[in-house]
Ligand binder design. Structure first.
Ligand code: TYD
Ligand code: MG
Length: 467
């Protein structure tokens, strides 16, 4: 066989070149080019080393569902798809101090109370610190076992024995190291190798692994993205600083739905479940005020009502501010542009502040109409009538488009005492006992909320909206 020409591939971006260079021409990374021997996978090239034929089976067949072991903390079980799966690995990421260690200690304490042997391995704190926390959480009497360790070799040896805990917390994966590697703990190579070894022993022994992962400044789990690919479930624990509410969000789940959220309340005795988050996010609702609108949203499979607040105020800046908390800034820019271009409702020359109350982050386009209503209401100082929820997606031509799961949204609103919904055309209320007022176009919303300001809104109107 003629010797195939050598080829060189960049390990960062995959670009292939015919000669070695120190710097990849394609992605600009240094020292990433490695020689690769091309392989001939034809029967001729493989010769005697040909692969065996694999058996293809039908989609339908006898397979057991993954058995979920519920912890009894319902908000946690919900985001895991019903509970923890033996032989699986779960990663919890979040900012420092958000409550990852607290949450997982509470979870294993509950499981231990049900007779499941649980262990907690920490590389961040001393045994005494964990014990103190356990006492504070009122779980010190459970059978959870503790260890401080950072060497993966030792941890794997401990877990790979009969009688090892069935559920193990590793706090955190960034403190663990494999001694065969030169790099420091927390580096990409160490994190990857540590997780790989732990996951391997978990699969072999049928253990459940609960990994804590730190989050970088950019908000992703520190270490390679590959860590998220390796585990079965990825949860993010988030919350605004200064808010006592914490939201646990499913980002990936091989054993259940994603986009589920669990809501917790951080108290001086640990995290409490919040079974009815809508009531919490809405808080005390007194008189209707301009600029505040209740959005009937869906988080995962759960309907959730949240208040969206807008404030539009004259700006002294050349480029007015657009400050958004809990929503997408690009989406706000779009709603402002559509209001301007399709309804002649101009907010130029004004600062716009948009806030989702309670520290929740909304990703749904269904919030468009509620955001538009909050903006218009703030400018015209006309409150949206009390007991009204709003939802609908806004298209670029100013039309209000239907959204999914309207029944669930309306039912939740009715349950919390709302009487009316401003919703896209065609929305039917099937037995929720709510009056639906259809909004087919953005113009109709603007008309409902009073006069539209011409190119330059009068200062009087805006002053009134600032109450
Ligand atoms: P922790 O679980 O240590 O956070 P992480 O592991 O994500 O870094 O939680 C730290 C914060 O939680 C800390 O600021 C104190 C607060 N906390 C309470 O408010 N109540 C409690 O009962 C506990 C244990 C912690
Ligand atoms: Mg911690």
């Amino acid at each position: 066989m003629a010797k195939a020409a050598a080829r060189y591939a960049c390990q960062q971006c995959g670009a292939v070149t015919s000669r070695w260079t120190g710097k990849c021409e394609a992605c600009g990374s240094w020292n990433s080019i490695v020689e690769e021997t091309p392989v001939d996978l034809t029967p001729k090239g493989l010769g005697a080393g040909r692969g065996r034929t694999i058996e293809l089976v039908g989609l339908k067949g006898e397979t057991e569902d993954a058995a979920h072991v519920p912890s009894g903390i319902k908000e946690f079980d919900r985001v895991c798809g019903g509970g923890l799966v033996p032989g699986s690995a779960l990663l919890v990421g979040g900012d420092p101090g958000i409550g990852k260690s607290t949450l997982l200690l509470q979870v294993v304490a509950r499981l231990a109370a049900h007779g499941i042997p649980c262990g907690y391995v920490t590389g961040e704190e001393a045994i005494g610190q964990v014990r103190l926390r356990a006492r504070r959480l009122g779980v010190a009497d459970t059978s959870v076992t503790l260890a401080t360790a950072t060497a993966i070799r030792d941890i794997v040896a401990t877990l790979d024995k009969p009688g090892a805990p069935q559920v193990v917390v590793i706090d955190s994966i960034q403190t663990m190291y494999v001694d065969m590697l030169d790099s420091a703990p927390g580096t990409v190579a160490q994190v990857r190798a540590s997780a790989q070894e732990l996951i391997r022993v978990a699969k072999r022994r049928g253990l459940t692994l609960l990994l804590v992962g730190h989050v970088t400044k950019e908000g992703t789990i520190a270490g390679p993205k590959v860590l998220e690919h390796m585990v079965d479930t990825v949860l993010y624990f988030e919350g605004e600083r200064g808010h006592q509410f914490r939201i646990l969000r499913t980002v990936k789940n091989r054993y259940g739905p994603t986009d589920e959220i669990g809501v917790f309340d951080m108290t001086d005795r640990g995290l409490n479940e919040v079974p009815n988050p809508s009531a919490l996010f809405l808080g005390e609702r007194g008189q209707a005020v301009s600029g505040a609108v209740v959005f009937a949203g869906i988080e995962g499979t759960r309907p959730m009502l949240v208040e969206i607040q807008a404030l539009v105020a004259p700006s002294s800046l050349g480029t007015p501010r657009r400050a958004v908390v809990g929503w997408d800034a690009a989406r706000l820019a779009m709603v402002l542009a559509v209001l301007d271009a399709r309804s002649g409702f101009t907010i130029a020359g004004h600062d716009v502040f948009l806030n989702v109350a309670g520290g929740l982050k909304i990703g749904e386009p269904a919030a468009d109409l509620a955001v538009a209503a909050a903006l218009v209401s703030s400018v015209t100082a006309t409150p949206v009538p009390r007991e009204t929820v709003v939802f609908g997606e806004i298209g670029l031509s100013g039309e209000v488009r239907p959204v999914g799961q309207t029944d669930a949204r309306l039912k939740e609103a009715a349950k919390l005492g709302f009487a009316r919904a401003w919703a896209p055309k065609g929305t039917r209320c099937r037995g929720a006992g709510l009056e639906v007022e259809e909004v087919a176009r953005l113009d109709e919303l603007v008309a409902r909320l009073g006069e539209r300001p011409r190119a330059k809104p009068g200062p009087g109107v805006l002053e009134r909206s600032r109450v």
